[in-house]
Design a protein around this ligand. Structure first.
Ligand code: GLC
Length: 564
């Protein structure tokens, strides 16, 4: 068995700085706020902190629109604050993973400002410019992921530039060697400062089909994505970053892979390829998209969720890749509200999701607030929302014929703001997030759902996470065990095993509010259980059941046993 890398045994904590902790009353979280909370994260057992963008930015997409990659946005603090954060992490044996957004820059970036001046600017070719189509319209039918055309017309020079996201996020031209050199420079800048990891934003979109074809929709949605997703030179470009920065500085890297495939993710994350340490994919978080459409609601398909998780467990293992495991992030509604019950069974549900995820092979990511079971907030009206995507879609859905109420119902479920409301620290005003006016509302349930009350409660969701994180560090089976699914299309239960030569880990979760029962298949039971003993490692009910071939499961019950 290959020696496990330290980051395979680690759990990453994702910090959305804008909503984590404000120390100066501005209403926006800051770097000092994160530093202040490091003991909290350390106590949880975290050793890698993923800090989302804190660079200079007009904040049209909350920092994913970068105007200067090597300076800190004053809203978040100063470079001294950043250095202090690094020191304090180091003291606790923790490391920082920075979010790197280089598929695009803000149109406020000096490169773009120069590029737009004239067609002969030395920076022109840093971006992707095209002449209008013959009829004067957009160069092709590619769509922005935030709605509308992906092309923006620039009056001054009479050409269009490409923006796969917001109209102020201009796609960088990775075909230009100079751009790739700039990226390597900025990565080095942060590596030299002691950053130990990078999360690479939508990194599988950087290589575009250079013929920029019209998408006839015959293969996928017809929005152009197949011409820039996992594109022709993407592996080459990533490897270049590996050779120059990731490898030499021994960094842990995770790539955010939009609409990707298993085969590509194997390649991105197999150590022999010298690209990345691991990948995020989103297939399992589209199981409630009607016909694959995010803005069309349907109840989630449980069987499909299990099928996808299993396919990626087996496929990545087989190909020698490594999964980044997650149910939540700043772009997703809270999994607790989405897949389980966030009211009467909130605590059971949050623990069930945690146990189910942390038992899988890969490196788990905890998104702020997940560890205390924060649900989607209550949205009373559209003006409470802040996200550019939600605002665009609220308008577009109405243009498509939805009534304002119907549009709001969809936004309520799908908005990225569901996970962006302030972290709930305690029962004081604004949940202890800020003494000022928060940039986005604090969910009204904070008096009940907050960190303080959970730290004091031995049975809290927080303490459940803490235990899971510790188990992973302790027991090799979490990282090396082979995955095997145990439920055959059970309508309520997801059950799987992780297997190595000496041990078997069993994870069993009832994703419903019904009392159900589950039987471990005979063959598996006879072979693995034999005369061995089992121990309950973690569960979420008052009683602590012995492992049996037939197990009754109360609503949202979830258990993890080890057989030795
Ligand atoms: C990623 C980020 C998201 C951002 C987008 C554009 O998907 O996670 O928040 O809007 O990239 O940078």
């Amino acid at each position: 068995m290959v020696e496990q890398d330290w980051w395979q045994k680690s759990t990453v904590y994702q910090v959305y700085p804008k909503s984590f902790k404000d120390t100066n009353g501005s209403g926006t979280g800051d770097i000092k706020g994160l530093t202040m909370k490091l003991d909290y994260l350390h106590d949880l057992g975290i050793n890698i902190v993923w800090l989302q963008p804190v660079y200079i930015s007009p904040q049209n997409d909350n920092g994913y629109d970068v105007a200067d990659y090597c300076r800190i946005n004053p809203e978040f603090g100063t470079m001294e604050d950043f250095d202090e954060l690094m020191n304090e992490l180091d003291k606790r044996g923790m490391v920082l993973m920075l979010d790197i957004v280089v598929n695009h820059s803000s149109t406020e970036h000096a490169w773009f400002k120069q590029a737009r001046q004239s067609k002969v600017s030395p920076y022109r070719d840093y971006y992707i410019w095209k002449d209008p189509a013959a009829d004067g319209g957009v160069p092709n039918n590619w769509q922005s992921k935030f709605g509308g055309s992906a092309w923006q017309y620039d009056e001054l020079t009479g050409q269009y530039f490409l923006t796969l996201f917001d109209k102020t996020q201009a796609d960088l031209n990775w075909e230009n060697e100079q751009v790739r050199k700039e990226v390597v420079d900025l990565l080095r800048f942060w590596a030299e400062k002691g950053v130990k990891g990078f999360r690479m934003d939508v990194i599988n979109l950087i290589s575009k089909d250079q013929s920029f074809p019209e998408d006839d929709g015959s293969v996928s949605p017809g929005d152009g994505r197949r011409f820039y997703t996992d594109g022709p030179r993407v592996h080459e470009f990533i490897r270049e970053m590996y050779d120059q920065v990731f490898g030499p500085y021994h960094l842990v890297t995770v790539g955010e892979m939009s609409s990707t495939t298993l085969a590509h993710c194997v390649r991105y994350s197999n150590p022999e390829e010298n690209e990345l340490s691991m990948t995020f994919n989103f297939h399992h978080l589209k199981v409630d998209y009607l016909n694959g459409q995010k803005w069309e609601l349907m109840p989630y398909d449980f069987e499909e969720l299990k099928r996808l998780l299993s396919e990626w467990q087996i496929g990545m293992n087989k190909g020698g890749g490594w999964n980044a495991l997650f149910f939540n992030n700043h772009d997703q509604p809270r999994a607790l509200s989405r897949f389980t019950n966030d009211t009467i069974f909130r605590s059971e549900s949050a623990k069930l999701l945690a146990t189910t995820l942390h038992g899988l092979q890969g490196t788990p990511y905890v998104y702020q607030g997940e560890e205390i079971g924060m649900p989607n907030p209550v949205w009373n009206d559209i003006n409470e929302l802040r996200d550019i995507e939600s605002k665009n879609m609220y308008r577009i859905l109405q243009e498509q014929g939805k009534k304002p109420d119907e549009a709001l119902d969809i936004i309520r479920e799908r908005s990225r703001d569901n996970s962006r409301t302030p972290m709930q620290w305690d029962t004081t005003v604004n949940a202890g997030f800020t003494s000022g006016t928060p940039w986005i509302k604090v969910d009204e349930r904070y008096p009940e759902i907050n960190v303080q009350s959970q730290l004091e409660d031995i049975d809290s969701i927080y303490n459940h996470y803490k235990k899971l994180i510790a188990l992973r560090k302790e027991l090799p089976i979490f990282t090396e065990g082979m995955y095997e699914r145990l439920d055959e299309c059970h309508p309520q239960v997801y059950a799987y095993a992780r297997i190595n030569e000496q041990e078997t880990l069993i994870v069993m979760s009832n994703f419903s509010d019904q009392d159900v029962s589950f039987s471990i298949p005979d063959e598996f039971w006879n072979e693995r259980m034999d005369s061995k003993v089992s121990e309950l490692l973690i569960g979420n009910t008052m009683h602590t059941p012995e492992l049996a071939q037939d197990t009754p499961l109360s609503p949202y019950a979830s258990y993890m046993w080890i057989i030795r």
